[in-house]
Design a protein around this ligand. Structure first.
Ligand SMILES: Cc1ncc(C[n+]2csc(CCOP(=O)(O)OP(=O)(O)O)c2C)c(N)n1
Length: 980
């Protein structure tokens, strides 16, 4: 292979002298050379000077006229390597060091370059694939010839100044150490890390032990035992339930001892709680052998029995999605483990775990984020394939979301269902996406279980020391098909021929320990026999096994219960003096705070609201809800894109000093001892952030946790979290959740993409009392809706269509006393005009127009403009659960009226298809002659709204007009007779 040095090298000919001299200059004055040379030469530092001085007794000093020319200290490496700037060496000048110094120096430099490149790329030559099917690629940077070394040079001593622990060594020796360290069964990627301290920490850990773990005999036996448990469990299930789906770990058994190491080392380093998110692969094995779920419980589920008591509520879920928790003890310290339930959607659980970790860190006062830690297991196809993975990394170091680093563990079985790696990613490694946060990555051969345990230990220590994400990429294989009923030879015949002949990881390790004399002949088989007996006993016991409890209302959830009753108002009113106290906090800034002039005007307007007790707008109603919870010691957390200011510049929860950029958060200044208000501008992510807040909320039922979409339609980027967690989690996993989703919604001529939060989608998900879906019209009702989230003894997700133009609508306001004593949330709002005499009595009302949200104000204003007094506007503030009783009562007042459902959304969208039959049922029950509601709104359409303002206005006018236009009154008989 041609070396770069032969054609464009900067270490041959004149450039050799040039670099030699550059090095000498550096020794004399590091500032005299460019920064990249400094870094490079840094590795030769003080001792190298001595080395030079020792040569022939020469005391070297820089020449006045040198090969570098004058004042060329800033020469960069690339200048030199490009060969553009290096002046020719003048042989007429005296060379201060003899040719041998030059030789020795260039040898050192070239050897160091080789060493550096092994650190960067040695992993490419590592022996990672247990099946030996993946040929490590050859790479020129790892060939001595590339640096101008020939075979003849291999045994010449080279000074390398204790790099790799060697002072002077032959190249042959150096390469051997490098191969051992970087190209064994572990391949480490860490040279992309930007923080020198982290990089050198890993380097020391790797080079110190040459990437070999050192295990005591006891440790080795423990590893074998874990491995035996992992293998025997799968084999046992395979024997008892041949072909039944279990997504076995077979081929990746080393995962179990490696995780065991994370627990053990982690506990020593301060872990008190570990939250695990993982896919289906190997889940049952983790449940049994890491979480210590009794074998009998798992065997009972295999026999088709439920995982919870028979009479438990909910739909349940398949056994390889279920979560559990347990306590384990290591060295007298207890660690609480939670394996979180997850849906089939790979990787979707990632940020849910992060949110839970963050909430639990707060609960434990874990400010250093070292007691509660997240562990995420991944598949090699899912990790690069699913977009949630980079979103997860993106959250890892952000102030509002950081959890002190997640340990990522890729169970890299080199296949995804039937798809080969070459079809499932463009990157060389499945782990490459982790480089976006400069995470160190440990690739390891899953058949070298000690290497796996060793990297698990380094990864755990790295996480705990640097509080950052770290990745283990454990290369293994999948012994069976994607699930146990699948035939893998259909698609990967050669791979599976190799697998069929390949001994198990346990067998390989048992043989090794036997050869080492750690275990006796036959001892490994006895371990298996012992376990089989234990499993036989549990198998028998599983026939009568009855799960005796569900764990869903324990810990922080204690005291909460199932939702019952219809109105479920909660006690949400707040004393007037507390409201005023909050009002004061949110309408003034400290004297030394330089507020923006427009903000000052807004604050003055706010102050007037509280003085008059009138015209409380939406954002102020919201601030009152937050503030009242905070003074009641309830934590409030809101995150979403630009939500500190608010997409519509309405919230201003954080004010920025115009001279210093310092933030000021009024809601954190209500009173001493209040709970904290956390309001976070999220990264531009929906899936990841919504998952995070869902996770946070599921771990902390006593906080108000909210996610806000920039516009409601963007929430569809988080559809998996909505479908798989928010709407169905309680039924599938008996996990309640009180998350609030704030979704700006309303037809205001902003085009197809900013009008609809897709209300219809949420309504279609409603069933089993799983959600609350509201489209509110008053700040006071918004206030009560938010407060009731934490003021009742159950938790339900709240999906809120939130306003845009109504944020500044002069009629979308409430009085201060509507937040005060005696007030509550209303699921249906009646027509205020009737109270002020603007409407006929009930019996004369000819039409009831039911609606929700913003269209109410369009209808109200037009009705007033037209002076109509026999059309009643009834607002359905809560669409699900539909307030049946309240609607029966209210509609019952207008038996003879016709009923219109008016919406601004298209007929195939909005609430119509949801409410149509439900309203009809109510009307039938009330025996209303009109029998059915009539639809008034935009006709069905593909795009939610028009992009043309003129057309929007025309459409809006038409639907309001239709809703308010009554059929002509039937002519009386007398008139008819006259007409004849
Ligand atoms: C989001 C998503 N898409 C598709 C699937 C269907 N599916 C289940 S497992 C699997 C292959 C996963 O491969 P990998 O991540 O390598 O894990 P392995 O099963 O090999 O352990 C696929 C495509 C899924 N569960 N989730």
């Amino acid at each position: 292979m041609a070396s770069h040095f032969e054609d464009s090298s900067f270490l041959t000919g004149a450039n050799e002298a040039y670099v030699t001299e550059l090095y000498a200059r550096f020794l004399n004055d590091p500032g005299a050379v460019g920064a990249d040379w400094v870094e490079f030469f840094g590795q030769l530092d003080g001792s190298a000077k001595e080395f030079l001085r020792e040569q022939d007794g020469a005391s070297w000093s820089p020449r006045e006229t040198s090969v570098l020319g004058c004042g060329n200290g800033g020469m960069s490496m690339s200048d030199a390597t490009a060969g553009v700037a290096a002046p020719a060496y003048s042989s007429a000048q005296p060379v201060p060091a003899a040719a041998q110094i030059r030789q020795a120096t260039t040898d050192s430099i070239r050897a160091l370059m080789l060493i550096r490149n092994y650190r960067v790329r040695g992993h490419l030559h590592a022996n990672l694939d247990p099946l030996g099917l993946v040929e490590p690629p050859s790479h020129a940077d790892l060939e001595p010839a590339t640096y101008g070394f020939s075979e003849a040079d291999m045994d010449r001593p080279i000074f390398i100044n204790y790099v790799l622990g060697l002072e002077t060594a032959s190249l042959r020796q150096i390469v051997r150490v490098l191969e051992e360290t970087y190209c064994g069964n572990i391949g480490v990627e860490y040279m992309h890390i930007q923080v020198p301290e982290e990089k050198s920490w890993i380097q020391e850990r790797i080079e110190g032990l040459r990437t070999q773990g050192s295990f005591s005999e006891l440790g080795k036996r423990a590893i074998l035992e874990r491995l035996t448990e992992a293998e025997t469990f799968e084999k046992y299930l395979d024997r008892k339930h041949k072909g039944t789906k279990r997504f076995g770990l077979d081929g990746g058994e080393a995962v179990v001892p490696a995780i065991e190491q994370i627990l053990k080392r982690g506990t020593q380093l301060g872990f008190e709680e570990l939250l695990i998110g993982m896919p289906h692969r190997g889940r049952l094995n983790i449940l049994a052998n890491i979480m210590n779920k009794p074998y009998r419980a798992i065997f009972s589920e295999f026999a088709g029995n439920p995982s919870a008591p028979e009479d438990s509520y909910g739909s349940g879920d398949v056994k390889y999605h279920l979560g559990t928790s347990s306590d384990r003890e290591f060295h007298g310290r207890t660690i609480h483990l939670s394996l979180v339930a997850n849906p089939s959607h790979l990787e979707a659980v990632n940020t849910v775990i992060l949110g839970k970790v963050r909430a639990k860190q707060r609960q434990r006062g874990d400010v250093d984020r070292e007691k509660v830690v997240g562990l995420l297991l991944h598949g090699d196809a899912a990790f690069p394939g699913q977009g949630i993975v980079p979103e997860t990394f993106d959250l890892s170091q952000l102030h509002g979301y950081q959890t002190g680093g997640t340990i990522h563990f890729i169970v890299n079985n080199q296949i995804g269902f039937t798809t080969n790696p070459s079809q499932s990613r463009s990157s060389p490694y499945c782990s490459d996406v982790a480089k976006m946060v400069s995470a160190p990555i440990f690739h390891v051969n899953g058949d070298d279980v000690e290497a796996c345990v060793h990297v698990a230990r380094i990864a755990t220590e790295y996480r705990q020391k640097f509080k950052k994400d770290v990745v283990i990429d454990l290369w293994c294989y999948r012994r069976h098909g994607h699930n146990e009923g699948d035939e893998p030879a259909f698609t990967q015949p050669l791979m599976y021929q190799t697998i069929a002949k390949h001994p198990t990881t346990r067998q390989i390790y048992a043989d090794r320990l036997e050869a080492e004399g750690v275990i006796e002949n036959g001892e490994a088989d006895r371990m298996i026999d012992r376990l089989r007996k234990e499993m036989d006993q549990d198998f028998e016991a599983s026939a009568s096994y009855k799960p005796n409890k569900t764990d869903w209302l324990e810990g922080k959830w204690e005291g909460l219960g199932m939702a019952t009753g219809e109105a479920r108002r909660g006690d949400t009113a707040v004393d007037m003096d507390v409201l005023r106290e909050i009002g004061q906090a949110i309408s003034v800034v400290p004297a030394n705070f330089n507020a923006n002039s427009k903000i000052i005007r807004q604050l003055e307007t706010k102050a007037r609201m509280f003085e008059s007790g009138q015209d409380i707008d939406w954002a102020t109603g919201e601030a009152l809800a937050f503030g009242a919870l905070l003074v009641e010691s309830t934590q409030v957390r809101l995150s979403g894109e630009d939500c500190r200011r608010g997409t519509f510049s309405q919230r201003h929860a954080v004010l920025i000093d115009q001279k210093t950029d310092e933030p000021y958060i009024p809601l954190n200044k209500i009173r001493f001892g209040q709970a904290p208000f956390e309001v976070i501008d999220s990264p531009l992510s929906e899936f990841g952030v919504l998952g995070f807040e869902y996770g946070y909320s599921s771990a902390e039922p006593h906080a108000l946790v909210m996610w806000e979409a920039q516009f409601g339609d963007f929430a569809n980027g988080a559809q998996v979290i909505i479908d798989q967690f928010i709407s169905s989690g309680e039924q599938k996993w008996r996990r309640m959740n009180g998350l609030v989703m704030l979704l700006p919604h309303g037809y205001e001529g902003q085009g197809p993409e900013h009008s609809s939060a897709r209300l219809e989608r949420y309504l279609q998900l409603c069933g089993d009392d799983n959600l609350q879906v509201c489209n509110l019209t008053t700040p006071a009702n918004y206030f009560h809706a938010l407060r009731r989230q934490v003021h009742r003894n159950f938790r339900k997700p709240l999906i809120l269509m939130t306003p845009k133009s109504l944020l500044r609508h002069k009629r979308c306001v409430s009085r201060l006393d509507e937040f005060g004593p005696g007030t509550t949330f209303h699921r249906v709002l009646w027509d205020d005009a009737q109270l002020t005499g603007g409407l006929q009595p009930d019996k004369n009302i000819r039409r009831v127009v039911l609606c929700a949200g913003k269209v109410y104000f369009d209808l109200l204003e037009e009705r007033e403009r037209r002076g109509i007094d026999d059309i009643y506007l009834m607002r359905v503030e809560q669409l699900y659960p539909l307030p049946r009783k309240a609607l029966l009562e209210e509609l019952g007042r207008f038996i003879k009226a016709d009923v219109v459902w008016c919406q601004e959304e298209s007929e195939n969208m909005g609430a119509w298809t949801f409410i149509d039959r439900r309203l009809e049922n109510l009307m039938v029950e009330l025996k209303m002659p009109a029998l059915r509601p009539r639809y008034v709104g935009r006709p069905g359409s593909a795009a939610p709204a028009t992009g043309l303002m003129k057309r929007h206005l025309k459409e809006q006018k038409a639907l309001v007009d239709e809703a308010l236009t009554l059929p002509a009154k039937p002519k009386t008989r007398k008139v008819l007779r006259k007409a004849k």
